[in-house]
Design a protein around this ligand. Structure first.
Ligand code: ZN
Length: 216
């Protein structure tokens, strides 16, 4: 579990990145850290990109409905106009921001702000996503969280897209993606076909078993 660093003397800012695949608990971890800062009476501000419209325009919401109120911005530069009194900035769905986000986070950290960024490190093709790789390079602290592979139960690092849509951004719920480990991700739709065949076989066996029940 991530523990906040202690500083002796003058307080300085820094960047924390929480990354991982879909369903790995990134937003839950972001919310946990921000709520702890709020309990300590620190002034907290949360931002998310306008492209993420899954749940709500004003809330950072995790899959389990935990949420914090947030400001929706179109451009990462807008984040710099926050009040000087803000001590902690949270940024969710960072992969959807423009590439200028890395510089924005560095400017905030230099101002003395604690910046906590959460986002997908890879897109559905397994490629580094938006500003995430450069944010990971400049961050002081990195936490990679994992989901559980839907097929084998190992730790999942990849977001496998169940639909054939090839847009990089296809914001969606559980039925569009599933978390997979490296090996199951590489197997691609072979696993889908296997699972489909198994469920067809199971339902046929069920029917046979029902047919062979003794008549009463
Ligand atoms: Zn697996």
């Amino acid at each position: 579990m991530f523990l906040e660093p202690h500083f002796k003397g003058q307080r300085s800012g820094w960047i924390e990145v929480i990354c991982g695949s879909m369903f790995s608990g990134k937003t839950e971890e972001l919310i946990r850290r921000l709520k702890r800062a709020k309990i300590a009476n620190q002034e907290v501000c949360v931002f998310k990109p306008s492209r993420d419209d899954r749940y709500s325009l004003e809330k950072v919401v995790s899959h389990d409905d935990n949420y914090l109120l947030s400001t929706v911005v179109d451009d990462s530069q807008e984040i710099l106009s926050l009040e000087d009194s803000v001590q902690v900035v949270g940024i969710d769905e960072a992969q959807f921001f423009d590439l200028g986000l890395t510089e924005v986070c560095q400017k905030l950290a230099l101002r003395g702000v604690r910046v906590i960024v959460a986002g997908l490190d890879m897109d559905y093709l397994g490629k580094p996503f938006g500003p995430m790789p450069s944010l990971l390079a400049v961050a002081e602290y990195i936490t990679k969280v994992h989901a559980i592979c839907s097929h084998c139960g190992n730790l999942a690092t990849h977001s496998y897209r169940l639909s054939s849509d090839d847009n990089q951004v296809l914001v969606g719920e559980k039925n569009l993606y599933e978390p997979r480990c490296r090996v199951c991700y590489a197997m691609g739709n072979i696993l889908d076909l296997k699972a489909k065949r198994k469920s067809e076989k199971d339902s046929t066996e069920d029917r046979v078993n029902q047919d062979s029940l003794p008549l009463s």
